[in-house]
Design a binder for this molecule. Structure first.
Ligand code: ANZ
Length: 958
């Protein structure tokens, strides 16, 4: 402590200092815990409570829950948590039953990687991290209902994650009902003959294995052999959403390869249309909705069959969004992995094959083989990149354009992806840029079938690029039985689709970019699948009585050591090493009695636990059900303005746009369809907070140096005497610029930190952290304190008098403004208004009690500890948390009045006090009604009234 500080403390022992703040904050945090201040009652069950509170309108305010990292929190993390806390507190004070809590998303790779390095069980390190985070969060004074907090790694929680998996496994999507239904209903359809089996045999004649295979084609959770993203570096497969644009793992930046592996998938594609449609009713940022729409990527087009010349049984089915350009299809491309390729490749190059088509290979088979190897090394993203150099090779086969009858060569090329559409395209080089580039490189013919709207003419060989437009007319498209010439694109698409359908060689279809969700990971630290395989390899779900299936102990958590760069390695799961756990004899209660089974040894991806956690907050201790239906309906059910139901405010980062937010919506819809919940959407209102950024200082070698030790001199920055560069970046341990909330709380108190974070700028905008600026909010709290408490004696100084007019106006304007800002999550402007009021009060010699109390109530959602303390000192015995938020008196909310002069025949007859915003009409009416003016006119008529609102009215009598 400096000498001046020490002197000040002697003179002002009751000043609001960091030490006093620490004392106040610890005391009130204990009080809140002891009194269950933030406990929100449920309408029934073990958390049932005060009926009056339950009868209030509900508000469910939620954060995206954190992963408990070993590094703990830095000041960037709680930005959203503080914002939701302020919002929740405001709503508690405006008559709502507010559910606000925070759990931990605690399965995941970092704890497992740490375990591999140190041998510490992931549970041990994860629990220690959770304890540390809980301590850090508690220090911030967040008003969480602690009874509802949990971590996804608790067996009591993941029992229900597994249970949901079983529900998904045991259901199928009925396209007629447009919803998920129990798989038994499908089996009944097969059994009754209402639905034909794939090979037409009666259901009763199928073996158990055959039936299981048939149903597996429909289940919403299913295992399949498919090309997946295999990441040897992480020893696991990854979902598309977890692979970066450069084809590497989002986590760890390892190369990702395509490999065919048997994996569990979730049939999210069945919900593509509903996931799109229901976006409309959600109160979400447009940018996130757009990302989801693009990710789902709905395209309307057609499938068209092209016969293969010389192979009467083979046909190539393409997906196109531009069937109107069918006459312009001059070649075809199959994805290199396409199943048909091997069947159509001839033994030798056909007569007259163009040299550039062969890639210099002696036979088509050699060319195809070499090209496939080359393509396998690239990721889908690389393959789709807008590179000018298009590569590919001729298969030696020809197909027939069904509308023109023309023979068109069939190529393989990596710009056609196996995982999209049918993995085959008709190429229309005149009207598609990729096809244009390819046709140029391979000297393929082009035909213009869409009239260019510019002056390039209709000979594509003279063009620089394809002419791609939807707003144009079709030309050169007349064939047998159908002509498209003169039609617009939309009509042409309809006409040709009809023609194709009439001949059964094509049909209109909708295609989605969205793929099914790859749901298994070859890792240890995740939920075990509640699945066992019988001796025939048929998968069975465990009955509910066997859940939770707890994660077993293993000797070694690490994935088998792989060469991270080698695509030919294959995964080995840690769980598979525990033979005793894997091989079991169970009676599944299905009438088959005890039998030997093998357990599934993959684990669920770390997204699973966050797909439904909002539901568990509602009824966290329920051992009988996922959530009690009455409790679920109370907090989540649809209501006016929220037709699909859901959480009232969900705050988190925009990076979850297509991962967590899409997966959680999908699980909600399945649970909704199966009748387990009443809300078809998990999150009604979504808000993305900005990021707290921090300066990163780097030395000459580009290495980050500790930001706290950098000195500024004359606008330049120095670390240990050496000049360093400064750039705004992320905050974090690795950039050596992390500031922890613990440091700021120690230096100023949690209330100051909360105010500073909320005052930094609009919540959705990223902002740079500046430790030196924090003191500004500290001073605000010191002035607030002084407005109520004598720093010397500690006595409360407020007086029981009525405030003057100016103070009343300042108070009610602040109340009015703060209310609006709180509703709109504009906490920065709310703080500005409170500061203005506080400054006004500072100038008042004796502060009236009503004004001091108003100020305390206004600031209490933002700075709850000091507010509780002052409220108590002002003589109240109850917590400020449940006090009603002040309501503005409209009479004082209008701005100060201005004086309007009213003249009759040029002479001043009256002065009116009016609002500055008064309209001409209002002012004229007021002036003409004024008694002095009426007297001056003395019954004379009026010739003219000149109004210059708000200052002047001039009346000219007749
Ligand atoms: C002929 C055509 C003519 C096409 C034209 C476009 C323009 P979206 O809108 O994204 O759905 N395509 C189809 N399957 C493909 C695959 N597996 N890999 C790469 N490209 C594929 O795109 C649909 C269009 O992308 C389809 O329509 C097809 O090219 C191509 F003037 O067919 B089009």
């Amino acid at each position: 402590m400096s000498e001046t500080n020490a002197a000040a403390e002697v003179a002002a022992p009751h000043r609001y200092t960091a030490a006093l703040a620490a004392d106040i904050e610890a005391r009130w945090q204990d009080f809140w815990d002891a009194n269950g201040t933030y406990e929100a009652p449920n309408p029934s069950g073990d958390l049932a409570g005060d009926a009056g509170t339950v009868a209030r309108p509900k508000k469910f305010v939620m954060d995206m829950f954190p992963y408990p990292s070993g590094a703990g929190l830095h000041v960037g993390h709680p930005l959203g948590y503080i914002a939701t806390d302020v919002y929740a507190r405001y709503h508690r004070m405006t008559g709502h039953n507010v559910l606000h809590t925070l759990g931990f998303d605690a399965f995941g790779l970092p704890a497992e990687q740490y375990a591999v390095q140190t041998g510490t069980h992931p549970r041990v390190s994860t629990e220690a991290n959770i304890d540390n985070m809980r301590r850090q969060l508690r220090r911030l004074g967040l008003g969480h209902d602690q009874r509802r907090s949990f971590a996804t790694i608790e067996p009591e929680y993941y029992k229900w994650t597994q249970w949901i998996f079983v529900q998904i496994f045991n259901s199928w999507y009925d396209p007629e009902a447009k919803k998920a239904r129990p798989i038994d209903t499908l089996a009944e359809q097969f059994a009754s003959g209402e639905r034909a089996t794939p090979d037409g045999r009666p259901w009763g004649e199928l073996t158990d294995v055959e039936r299981a295979d048939v149903l597996g084609e429909y289940r919403l959770a299913y295992a399949s052999d498919a090309p997946v993203n295999w990441c040897p570096g992480l020893g696991t497969v990854l979902a598309n959403e977890e692979v970066t644009a450069d084809g590497r793992s989002e986590r760890g930046n390892f190369p990702v390869f395509k490999a065919k592996l048997r994996q569990w998938n979730m049939r999210i594609t069945a919900y593509a249309d509903r996931l799109l449609e229901d976006l409309e009713a959600l109160d979400w940022p447009e940018a996130i909705k757009l990302q989801q729409r693009n990710w789902i990527g709905r395209s309307e087009g057609a499938r068209v069959d092209f016969p293969v010349a010389g192979h009467p049984d083979a046909k190539i089915t393409v997906f196109t969004t531009r069937q109107d350009t069918l006459f312009g299809a001059t070649y075809m491309v199959l994805a290199p992995e396409h199943d048909l390729v091997d069947a159509i490749v001839p033994a030798a190059w056909p007569e007259g094959t163009h040299e550039v088509w062969t890639g210099g290979h002696a036979t088509p088979a050699q060319a195809v083989d070499a090209y496939r190897k080359q393509a396998a090394a690239k990721s889908d993203v690389e393959r789709q990149a807008e590179v000018k150099e298009k590569t590919g090779v001729f298969t030696g086969a020809y197909a027939v354009n069904p509308v023109s009858g023309e023979r068109v060569p069939v190529f393989i090329a990596d710009y056609v992806l196996m995982g999209y559409g049918t993995g085959a395209i008709m190429a229309v080089p005149a009207h598609d840029s990729r096809d244009f580039a390819f046709a140029r490189a391979f000297e393929l013919p082009m035909r213009c079938v869409v009239q260019p709207s510019d002056d390039r003419g209709t000979d594509p060989s003279t063009w620089d690029d394809a002419f791609a437009s939807y707003d144009a007319t079709i030309v050169n498209s007349a064939g047998e039985g159908v002509t498209l010439d003169g039609l617009g694109v939309v009509e042409a698409k309809a006409r040709i689709t009809e023609w194709l359908e009439a001949r059964s060689i094509g049909e209109g279809t909708v295609n989605y970019r969205l793929r099914d969700w790859l749901f298994s990971r070859q890792r240890y630290w995740g939920e075990p699948f509640p699945i066992v395989y019988d001796e025939d390899g048929v998968a069975h779900a465990l009955p509910e009585s066997m859940l939770p299936l707890e994660l077993p102990e293993v000797e070694d958590y690490s994935p088998r050591t792989f060469d991270p760069e080698d695509a030919d390695t294959s995964p080995e799961t840690p769980l598979s090493r525990n033979e005793e756990w894997v091989n079991v004899v169970l009676d599944l209660g299905d009438g088959r009695g005890p039998r030997p089974y093998r357990r599934e040894t993959n684990t669920m991806p770390n997204w699973a636990g966050s797909c439904w956690y909002e539901l568990r907050y509602l009824d966290p201790h329920n051992t009988e059900r996922l959530v009690d239906p009455d409790i679920e309906r109370y907090w989540m059910g649809p209501r006016d303005g929220q037709p699909t139901g859901g959480v009232d405010l969900y705050v988190g980062g925009a990076e979850h746009a297509v991962l967590h937010l899409l997966y959680a919506r999908f699980w909600s819809k399945v649970l909704y369809d199966l009748g387990h919940i009443s809300s078809a959407e998990p999150f009604h209102k979504l808000y993305n907070q900005g990021m707290i950024q921090a300066y990163v200082y780097r030395d000459k070698r580009g290495i980050a140096v500790p930001a706290a030790e950098v000195e500024e001199r004359d606008g330049a920055y120095y670390y240990q005497g050496e000049k360093v560069s400064r750039l705004l970046g992320k905050m974090g341990k690795s950039l050596k610029n992390a500031v922890t909330p613990d440091e700021i709380c120690a230096e100023y108190g949690a209330d100051t930190l909360r105010l500073y974070e909320m005052a930094m700028g609009p919540l959705d905008v990223s902002r740079p952290w500046d430790t030196r600026a924090v003191v500004g909010q500290y001073r605000l709290l010191q002035r607030l304190w002084r407005n109520v408490v004598d720093e010397g004696t500690g006595e409360v100084t407020v007086v029981d008098t009525e405030p003057d007019e100016a103070t009343l106006r300042a108070l009610h304007k602040a109340i009015d403004g703060v209310r609006q800002d709180m509703e709109g999550l504009r906490f920065n402007t709310a703080i500005a208004k409170i500061t203005e009021l506080n400054n006004h009060v500072t100038k008042v010699r004796e502060v009236p009690r009503s004004v001091a109390e108003g100020l305390v109530l206004l600031i209490s959602p933002l700075a709850p500890h000091i507010a509780e303390e002052l409220w108590r000192r002002l003589g109240h015995s109850t917590s400020v948390v449940h006090e009603p938020f002040p309501v503005a008196d409209p009479a004082y909310v209008v701005d100060e009045t201005v004086t309007c002069v009213v003249q009759v025949k040029g002479k001043v007859k009256a002065r009116l006090e009016v609002a500055p915003s008064v309209s001409d009409e209002e002012l004229e009416a007021l002036a003409l009604g004024d008694p002095a003016v009426v007297a001056a006119l003395n019954g004379a008529g009026i010739r003219k009234v000149i109004v210059r609102a708000p200052k002047l009215v001039n009346i000219v009598p007749a």
